[in-house]
Design a protein around this ligand. Structure first.
Ligand SMILES: [Zn+2]
Length: 60
């Protein structure tokens, strides 16, 4: 996913924005692996092979 996508993502649980990004593997502006975290409710959303999984943790 592009780094800029983080600006428009909101937490699906509590609607908080902006979310925090923990980068693990990046390729320029492209984030391949990482973790998106909500600082308000502490939900986490993994980025796997460049795709952010924004499902609420309870639906996983
Ligand atoms: Zn949240």
């Amino acid at each position: 996913m592009k780094r800029q996508l983080l600006d428009i993502l909101a937490c699906p649980v509590c609607r908080y924005s902006p979310l925090v990004l923990d980068e693990v593997l990046t390729d320029g502006e492209d984030i391949k692996e990482g973790l998106i975290r909500c600082p308000k409710c502490n939900s986490t959303y993994p980025i796997v092979e460049g795709i952010p999984d924004m499902l609420p943790p309870k639906d996983r």
